[in-house]
Structure formats: C-alpha cells, structure tokens
Design a protein around this ligand. Structure first.
Ligand code: 5AD
Length: 473
C-alpha cells in the first residue's frame, strides 16, 4: 500500500508551516544531537515500514551524535532506504547514486544504501556503485551501531546482509517525522511465499515483537503527545505474541486501543489468510480501533490467486469481506491489485473488475505486474504484454474512480470527526482525516494541527472530501 516516494524531511516535521518546531518530547531528544558537527540525510522510498525503519535509523544516528539535515549537499552521511517491490522502485536508487559518480564533493561523504535493494544486490553494490560505503538490509539493522562504528573508523566497504536473524530492530530512541501518527512495527519479515513478491527475500524471516514491549512503546507515544498509532508489519495480522502471554493479534489490538491517550489505532497490511472474525469483533468493541481495513486481494480470479500462492480463493476472500460488512460500524475497505500477472487472461482480469464492483472498496492501489528476482513468478514468465497491462490498469482505475465518486457522494451532509494532519496556510485550508481514512479538507489554519475537529461534508471528489466546521458538542 502506498508505495510512493516518500522523503523523510530530516528535521522537517510534516504539516508545519515555516518549519515550526513541534512540541513532542521525541523531537526534544532529537535536537540534542546538534552541535557535534556530523550530519546525516536519509531519503526513503517505498512502504510505511521503510518510512518507519528510517525513523529508527535516524534515532540510532542521533544517539551517536549525528544531526539531521534537509539537503544531501549538507550531509556527511547520505543514506538511501530503498524499495524493491517493483522494478521501477528499485531503479530509483541507481539514479540517485548516478549523481555522485563524478561529483568531487562526494569524496568526503559517506554514502549508504539500506533496505530491500541493498539486501537484493548485496556485495554487487560496491562494484556497481563504488561511491557506496555501506550496504545494509533491514534484517541487519540491529547491527547498525557496529556497522556505523566501522564506518567511523575509516572502513569504506561495510555491509550487513545476513538474513539469518531472530531479532527485531529495537531502538532506544526513534526520531519520528510525523507528529500526528506514530508508526510502530510489531512484526518484521515475511514467511509467505506469494509468487510475485520479493519481500521474503529482502526482509528475512517473520519475527514478532513481544506484546509487552509494544504496549510499553504505545504508552511512551501517548506520553509524548501522540493520539494516533499505526501498527505495521508486512503481514501485520500474522503477529503472534512470542512471550508467554501468547496474545492473539486481536487481543493486541484491543490492548493498544485501551492505552490511555490513544484515540486512533490503525494497522497495515493485513493478509486475508490471517484475517479472522475476532479482528472485526475487536473493532466493534473498541471505538479507538479505526473504521478502516486494508485487505489486499491482488486478483479476482481464483486461478490467478492459486498461481500467486495467496492461500485463498475469490470465495474465501469474499467471506472475509462479508464478515467486515456485518460489523456494527461501517468499516471502510481498501485493497491492492496486481494486473497482468503471468498468464492473466481477459476473463481473469474481468473477474478482478467484478470483484471491485461487488466489494465497492473506498480505495484501491493498483499496479502492473513486475517480475522480481528470485521469486517463483520470475520463472513463470512475464507473459502479458505491456500494452495489455496498461490497458487493464487504466480500465480498472476508471471503474474504481466511479465507485469512489458514487460512494463519496453518499457522504455529503454527514458529520465526521477528523484529526487535522496538515494545512495550506495560503489557501486557508486544513487537511483532516476521518477514522475511515478519508481526507477531508475544510477552512482552517495551523491552530487546528493535531486537533480533532467536527466537520460536515459539503462536496466530494473521488479521492477526497470538502467540508465545513461544525460546532462541537
Ligand atoms: N509486481 C507488481 N506489484 C507488486 N506488488 C508486490 N509485488 C509486486 C510485483 N512483483 C504489489 C502488491 C502488494 C503491494 C504492496 O505491491 O499489490 O500488495
């Protein structure tokens, strides 16, 4: 979900005009790294897990005395946290590195590559891009302090590439960039072998953090002023408490929702295979659990799903949706779709379209199949021509656009509580988000940031809503 380029604006909190300093305890700690002279810049590509990994890496660096800067030109260490989910995403880091090939100013800089492309390319990075001094996959982040110590002592070929780990990346301090929504990883790695997906090869085996550690972190986040927490995992609902307490994922959700001060809890990404009715029951019983579930289906044809090794059929998936639809609260649904997977026929594709019409998602993230190294699907052959993939993607997006317009129109006149996450001072607009994850713009300013406001919807587009503030009561 949301595999867009996201730049962690080192030191630049989101949603604040003019670089105002946010009043969170976490930022106060971040600032103590200033003055040592060493600086770093991180650019992040890909998913929320990567965004949050970068926040933790930044925490490790700040604790070692490094100071974040906004521009790579000003940094002693430049880190790229990479994404390899599709070929296009993987290429981005090479175009960034290209800029340093001849630059003499790069000579004194340390350039490091983190994340999924680092893991995938491994040692080859040093040959392909000799300007790179550090190559480290996410399974090796627990070793980052050692790796940084090696860099500091002058080693210019430092790597962390072992996938053989049972450890999670625990940090004493995480330098969170988002003031309003705190990301919190509960499970790392992935043991599924979906035929298309590179993640098990790049992020290593599944490992869950203990329930007690997660709750303690939630409490610290609430104390630091966060009211919204987003629990993260490649398959977040595969989380199982490794401690003797043995909480289920649904129990964990309930306990996070009960942490005093936490008003909103989201979790992503759920795999349909592990999506059990107790998750819906937990949402029903805990108002703090948001009215939102992201449940990637990938395809509407059971044949394609079987070739993808997803572990469910179209019918199985629709049963899960039925369970969500029967909840006491209306729960907003979103999904991921891959078009043009190996041997996907016109009839297969049509089944994806009918599934979208049947489920009526509120949001769909859709992608053209991109063969990835060392996956089962890379052996099947990339049989669907590029033009067909493009045609199917456009057709699917148009169907979904109409669904969203229609669904959003039913919201006109309704009142929602939004958490204000941003603002456009020049437009006099505040940007809020409803519990169902819809963006709702309304007249407001920076005073609204971080607050919960009641807003009535006055008009809608396919991707966002517009409204006006109503009296709180
Ligand atoms: N090609 C295209 N899309 C992919 N995704 C994962 N692997 C691939 C691939 N090889 C999509 C899936 C997943 C989302 C994060 O990215 O839809 O849910």
């Amino acid at each position: 979900m949301g595999h867009d380029l996201i730049q962690i604006g080192a030191g630049q909190p989101q949603g604040l005009p003019g670089g105002a300093v946010p009043a969170t305890a976490e930022f106060a700690i971040a600032s103590t790294g200033a003055g040592t002279g060493k600086t770093f810049y991180i650019e992040t590509f890909g998913c929320q897990m990567n965004v949050h990994d970068s926040e933790k890496v930044a925490g490790v660096l700040v604790q070692r005395g490094y100071r974040p800067v906004h521009r790579h030109e000003d940094a002693d260490i430049i880190l790229y946290n990479t994404c390899s989910i599709r070929e296009k995403a993987a290429q981005k880091v090479f175009s960034r590195l290209g800029a340093f090939r001849k630059a003499t100013s790069a000579e004194k800089k340390i350039i490091g590559v983190l994340g999924c492309v680092a893991q995938q390319e491994g040692d080859r990075f040093f040959e392909r891009a000799p300007q790179v001094s550090l190559v480290c996959g996410s399974a090796s982040y627990p070793q980052l302090p050692d790796l940084l110590a090696q860099i500091e002592s002058g080693n210019r070929r430092v790597k962390g590439l072992s996938l053989d780990t049972e450890d999670c990346f625990e940090t004493e301090f995480t330098r969170r960039d988002n003031r309003f929504r705190a990301y919190l990883t509960i499970i790392e790695g992935c043991d599924q072998r979906c035929a298309f997906c590179v993640v098990p090869m790049t992020r290593g085996p599944e490992r869950s953090r203990s329930g007690a550690k997660i709750i303690a972190e939630c409490q610290r986040l609430a104390d630091a002023g966060y009211t919204e927490i987003q629990l993260l995992g490649q398959i977040v609902n595969a989380w199982r408490d490794p401690s003797a307490a043995r909480w289920s994922f649904a129990e964990l959700l309930s306990r996070v929702a009960e942490v005093p001060g936490i008003r909103r809890v989201r979790f992503t990404t759920s795999h349909p295979r592990y999506f059990t009715p107790d998750i819906v029951q937990a949402i029903d019983s805990h108002p703090a659990l948001c009215d939102q579930i992201h449940l990637p289906v990938q395809a509407g044809s059971s044949d394609v799903l079987a070739r993808m090794s997803r572990g469910y059929s179209r019918e199985d998936y629709l049963e899960k949706i039925d369970c969500v639809r029967k909840a006491r609260r209306a729960i907003s649904l979103s999904t991921d779709i891959i078009v043009g997977f190996c041997s996907e026929s016109d009839e297969d594709f049509e089944k994806t379209v009918t599934l979208l019409r049947e489920v009526e998602y509120d949001q769909v993230f859709s992608f053209k199949f991109s063969p990835r190294p060392n996956t089962a699907a890379s052996e099947f052959g990339d049989t669907v021509p590029e033009e067909v993939k493009s045609f199917r993607l456009a057709a699917l997006q148009e169907v979904q656009r109409q669904i969203q317009v229609r669904r959003n129109q039913t919201l006109v006149g309704q009142k929602f509580e939004v958490l204000v996450e941003g603002c456009h001072p020049r437009l006099g607009q505040a940007v809020g988000r409803t519990t169902s994850n819809r963006v709702l713009n309304f007249p407001g300013d920076s005073d609204d940031l971080g607050s919960y406001r009641q807003v009535r919807v006055t008009s809608v587009g396919p991707n966002s809503l517009v409204g006006e503030r109503v009296e709180e009561n």
